[in-house]
Design a binder for this molecule. Structure first.
Ligand SMILES: C[S@@+](CC[C@H](N)C(=O)[O-])C[C@H]1O[C@@H](n2cnc3c(N)ncnc32)[C@H](O)[C@@H]1O
Length: 221
């Protein structure tokens, strides 16, 4: 998937990844991170997730980056929020209260915006990249977030020969390979979710596992 492919998906409203409500795991596991109101949470590749608004309602500063202006405008309009728009380097920033959404390419996102970041929330971001780009995604993430930034990570795993991504299959072993040199990994829960996604069964999948990880940074160089 190239940036243009994602932009087309939004234009054509092919956004099967978008959840109709707040992510259940986010509600369940956020308290485990012991954040304080006012702390900053970063959502790379944020789409128009309801999670953004929910996190803001909990009192956090929410920073998201997303390629598609359609997605960001839809987010504010669907949440009934007015925003102010300004240019910020290579990005178009739309801001409403404690929500700041940057339109542009994640790989250009500036470190300065995240100096106070306490948590990365990755739902359907790592798994949006194919194998060739996932390492680059993780390295860049670490380069723009401060030391001791924890992460709540949600992945999907399935037999990649049965279906093309995105979402791409990411195994626990791969998560370990990508992150273990700098993070301590804890698997919070792992569920077989194929029954909840019958469309994917029709596309040929025989198993689909969703796994939630808590990552705590151990080293930052
Ligand atoms: C699978 S969706 C996940 C969206 C969101 N995290 C959610 O849970 O609904 C991936 C999103 O990343 C955006 N995206 C893809 N590549 C990007 C990039 N290089 N920079 C910024 N956003 C990107 C796409 O437009 C899409 O909205």
């Amino acid at each position: 998937m190239k940036p243009a492919d994602w932009l087309d998906r939004w234009k054509q409203n092919r956004i099967g990844f978008h959840e109709p409500g707040v992510n259940t795991y986010l509600r369940q596991y956020l308290p485990a991170f012991n954040l304080e109101p006012g702390d900053t949470i970063f959502l790379p590749l944020c789409g128009k997730a309801h999670d953004i608004a929910w996190l803001a309602q909990q009192g956090f500063q929410v920073v998201g980056v997303e390629l598609s202006g359609i997605a960001i405008e839809a987010f504010f309009s669907e949440q009934g929020l007015h925003y102010l728009q300004s240019e910020s380097g290579k990005f178009l920033l739309r801001k409403s209260g404690n929500i700041s959404l940057y339109q542009g390419d994640y790989f250009d996102f500036p470190q300065e915006v995240l100096t106070e970041c306490k948590l990365i929330y990755d739902r359907a971001s790592l798994i949006a990249f194919d194998l060739g780009d996932r390492g680059r995604y993780c390295e860049y993430l670490r380069s723009i977030t401060p030391p001791q930034t924890d992460m709540l990570l949600i992945t999907l795993d399935y037999d990649q020969t049965q279906m093309d991504g995105p979402p791409f299959a990411v195994s626990r072993t791969e998560v370990e390979q990508l992150y273990r040199s700098h993070y301590q990994l804890e698997e919070l829960v792992s569920n077989d979710v194929l029954d909840e996604r019958p469309r994917w069964r029709e596309r040929g999948l025989t198993a689909l596992t969703e796994t939630v990880f808590r990552l705590r940074e151990t080293k930052h160089q």
